[in-house]
Design a protein around this ligand. Structure first.
Ligand SMILES: [Zn+2]
Length: 205
């Protein structure tokens, strides 16, 4: 929802609340009271949405405007955020995009990519089905980290901070607030994201 839509929503529920509040004052009618409470709940929810929108703009996501092959499909639900590493010590979002195109995929299979400097890049559009974890793509968001954490010890400080920031941001969006954070290896027979990846820390944000 855009800010403008959210503001309209707030106005609508505020007007409804005031209307039911006045009606409720005149005579005690439980159905009016229930409507009044519902309007108040919706009003508070819409106010929260405005705050969440404001929070969203604080996160800096770099958009390299990747061009995807046609045929991406929308996810109907989102249950998980799945964390990955590139399994090579250096790579960019553009490398990943071209590797995945070469595999015959629509393009970068991850929704986000975080480099060692802690910069966050947009990959596949967030609402689309990714290509990062066989069997779980239809209901997950994929985040990939530059690095090989099977041999590199721990995520660099900036990269850890960026993961925390991105996960918090995603959970601030109402449709993703319930998602569980897991590692690729929790869902598939793989070492990804590597034994030195701070999975425990990131799973409990
Ligand atoms: Zn992986």
């Amino acid at each position: 929802m855009t800010n403008l839509e959210t503001i309209k929503e707030i106005k609508k529920w505020k007007d409804n609340y005031n209307l039911y509040y006045l009606q409720d004052k005149k005579n005690i009618d439980t159905s009016i009271k229930a409507k009044r409470d519902k309007a108040l709940n919706n009003l508070l929810y819409a106010c929260d949405a405005l705050i969440r929108d404001a929070l969203k703009s604080e996160i800096d996501i770099i958009d390299k405007e990747l061009i995807f092959r046609p045929g991406l499909a929308k996810r109907s639900k989102t249950e998980l955020i799945i964390l990955h590493h590139t399994a090579c010590e250096t790579a960019t979002i553009l490398d990943v995009h071209s590797w995945h195109l070469q595999k015959g995929w629509n393009g970068c299979g991850y929704h986000f990519f975080i480099n060692k400097k802690g910069e966050i890049f947009r990959g596949r559009p967030i609402e689309m089905i990714g290509a990062h974890c066989e069997g779980s793509n239809a209901y997950s968001i994929g985040i990939c980290n530059e690095g090989n954490y099977e041999i590199e010890i721990g995520l660099l400080k900036e990269q850890t901070k960026a993961n925390v920031k991105l996960i918090k941001y995603l959970k601030s969006i109402p449709e993703y607030s319930h998602v569980k954070v897991v590692g690729h290896k929790d869902k598939y027979a793989t070492k990804c994201p590597g034994k030195y990846f701070p999975l425990n820390l990131l799973e409990h944000i």
